[in-house]
Design a protein. Structure first.
Length: 255
């Protein structure tokens, strides 16, 4: 069931989104060579706690997961695409890092992700991040009343394929609001003019995940959570929670 949000609900989601943005900014600021992924998780926990927010990630267990998720961020490094569990791994010079974070505040949820490099970047990683950001921007631009979910999906895939990138099959964005994952599903590939119609008050998490090797298949790590590229190539993941409005798409997960 798809819930259309009132303008008051959009304002409440904007506050949850602000917490997410602040947590991601704090994590990015703390990231550096020899900083562990668990330390980054603690940084995000502190931001959520100080805002009086709850993590929708912590303890979350979808059907595919063997165990509840143990952290408030997903920390995916290099060939990890999404859902990386923060561990004692210490970041190294040149690592490509994707951080996904959510926050629930006063009954409403925000969800966003960033990708960045640590230390001296590899030029190809910067190009991958740039392509992922452009795919997200294209998807957001297509999120206007009168369009359909397929228009968002097609916009994302057009940019990704032009960059020679793959995207993990069956993973994409989603509706969001009272819960982190709601209807409708927002695939990262699709046909324009198809799917659920976009209207004022619909809120979505749009999240392209690009894999530099160009393949769409992936493998699941032994932890049962982390998705990795099948060919060992790098991956990037960038996400925003947005609202469809009569004035155009509104990004809710900004500082």
């Amino acid at each position: 069931m798809v819930e259309i949000k009132s303008d008051a609900a959009l304002e409440a989601m904007r506050e949850a989104g602000r917490v997410v943005a602040n947590a991601l900014a704090a994590v990015r600021g703390a990231a550096g060579v020899r900083v562990s992924l668990k330390q980054l998780d603690e940084v995000a926990r502190t931001v959520l706690d100080e805002a009086g927010a709850r993590s929708p990630f912590l303890g979350y267990r979808p059907d595919f997961a063997p165990t509840p998720f143990p952290a408030v961020i997903c920390a995916s490094v290099n060939d990890a695409v999404v859902h990386g569990i923060p561990t004692d791994y210490r970041l190294r010079d040149g690592d490509l890092v994707s951080i996904d974070c959510g926050a629930e505040l006063d009954g409403w949820t925000g969800d966003a992700a960033i990708s960045f490099t640590v230390g001296t970047p590899y030029p190809e990683d910067l190009e991958l991040i740039k392509a992922t950001q452009e795919a997200l921007d294209a998807g957001i631009a297509a999120a206007t009343p009168g369009n359909r979910i397929g228009d968002i999906s097609h916009a994302i895939s057009t940019v990704a394929r032009a960059a020679g990138c793959g995207m993990p099959v069956n993973f994409g964005g989603h509706g969001i609001g009272r819960h982190m994952h709601e209807d409708p599903h927002v695939a990262n590939h699709g046909r324009p003019g198809r799917g659920y119609p976009l209207r004022h008050g619909l809120t979505l998490a749009i999240e392209p995940m690009l894999m530099a090797g160009g393949r769409d298949d992936y493998r699941v790590s032994p932890d049962g959570w982390t998705l990795r590229t099948s060919d060992g190539s790098r991956a990037a993941h960038i996400e925003h929670t947005i609202a469809i409005t009569e004035d155009g798409p509104r990004v809710l997960t900004l500082p």
